[in-house]
Design a protein around this ligand. Structure first.
Ligand code: PEP
Length: 253
């Protein structure tokens, strides 16, 4: 499993290091789960120092696809690598909706991350309107094909995909394990078409109101290989509880 917390615009640097002090001891006995924290850019440096040498990895919430130039306010992939980021989230629905980011742009961002050795976490997900219109699988397929257009089959096994139904993000209304599994299984079929048998190694996270009390059932599904966690990732206790739920799901698998 790969379990990542996306902090969005929460936590100043001092809060991030305080979080690390509480969180690291709470997960030190957990083995075999990849864990990542995605603070705001401004806390990457301090958090990176606080978690250095621990099994917890650093993740960025966004990146620009260009590596230099006159692009005010943006941050590029090698800058994130310099800070020690192991993962980078791209295509989060908030970026797609609030900033109009297209899947073609997401594909270029994923390429830029892979080029500097950072694993992209490529997010896809349908809106409530799309789900109610029966368009979920088509939307996910299109987003996957377009967002992964620049990923080579040889590198795809390292890729992380996050299925995040927009209606489940920050709403407290998680997809049921069955609903999530059905979409993940469909996504796996698309991934197989894109990269062949390597698709079985691609980890597909579920995201959308993952909490300590629903994480184990979600992660128990055959095609759910991790979680991208928003709200419940903001407190060290609840995020650690999700990590422990993942360890139980792994032991039961
Ligand atoms: C997210 O923003 O990626 C997310 C899944 O948020 P939450 O867990 O709060 O629904």
């Amino acid at each position: 499993y790969v379990i990542a917390a996306n902090w969005k615009i929460h936590k100043r640097a001092a809060e991030a290091t305080a979080y690390a002090s509480a969180f690291l001891p709470a997960v030190e006995d957990v083995e075999g789960i990849d864990i990542a924290l995605a603070p705001p850019f401004t806390a990457l440096h301090e958090l990176g120092r606080a978690i250095a040498g621990s099994p917890v990895a650093l993740a960025a919430q966004n990146v620009h696809d260009e590596s230099r130039g006159a692009i005010t306010g943006e941050v590029c992939a090698d800058m994130l690598a310099e800070l020690g980021c192991a993962y980078g989230i791209v295509g989060h629905s908030e970026r797609r909706q609030l900033f109009g980011e297209s899947s073609a742009f997401v594909a270029r961002k994923a390429r830029a991350l892979f080029d500097v050795g950072i694993v992209p976490i490529v997010c896809v997900g349908e809106t409530l309107e799309e789900r109610e219109a029966g368009e979920t699988n088509g939307v996910i397929e299109t987003q996957l094909r377009e967002s992964l257009a620049a990923v080579a089959p040889e590198e795809s096994e390292r890729l992380v995909v996050a299925y995040e139904p927009v209606w489940a993000i920050g709403t407290g209304r998680s997809a049921t394990p069955e609903i999530a599994q059905a979409v993940h299984a469909g996504a796996r079929v698309v991934l197989r078409d894109l990269v062949g048998a390597r698709a079985d190694a691609i980890r597909i996270q579920y995201g959308g109101s993952v909490k300590p009390d629903n994480a184990e059932a979600l992660l128990g599904q055959p095609d759910i290989d991790g979680a991208l966690v928003g709200g419940a990732g903001l407190e060290p206790d609840s995020f650690a509880a999700i990590i422990h739920a993942a360890a139980r799901a792994a032991a039961a698998a």
